[in-house]
Design a binder for this molecule. Sequence first.
Ligand code: M6P
Ligand code: ZN
Length: 195
Amino acid sequence: MEDLMEPIRTLVDFKNGVIHPDRVIERRISDMQGMYADDDALNQLLSIDNRLVYQVKEVSIPEKEGHIIYSTTIIYPGKVGKEYFMTKGHFHAKENTAEIYFCLSGEGYLLMQTRQGKVSTIYMQPGVLGYIPPYWGHRTINTGSREFVFLTLFPGDAGHNYEIIQKHGFAKIMVEENGKPVLKDNPRYIPLKNG
Ligand code: M6P
Ligand code: ZN
């Protein structure tokens, strides 16, 4: 019983996420360089104000097999050029691990992709649970005009692999056209050679 841990009670607000997080990760425009199709639009935004794109509020759970890590993410409304504010996106370091996203407020998309370039999306609104099966890389996108807030749960030993997305990008991007979100081919996408 050497690993016995005390139970944890966490208060989650539907608009603000975890109320007393142990850690808050902030991602600003400057952290998103190279991730949007339009570099000029990003640099222009950066010259005005290095805005907050999203925040992850984490609870300290051991990053070990058997545990379930949970956190809430708030993606602020905004765009870089025509592309909506989004998370960096990642695969799990241990790729045969799944994840659950549950929308608390706002709206957006869960964009998923396999190493082979197969793409899938789930439209998220309050009450929608998106299940990301093992082997799918994932990113979330705020296509609404308010904060997009969701709760996530994933295995303690899943880990994050950002490298694949940083180097190759997602095959699709979500852009605004005539006031509506549209999924388009990403001009910067580099397919993985061996999947
Ligand atoms: C969710 C979870 C986290 C992740 C966060 C932000 O809360 O999937 O594990 O860190 O979204 O996404 P990213 O790490 O891709 O920036
Ligand atoms: Zn994940």
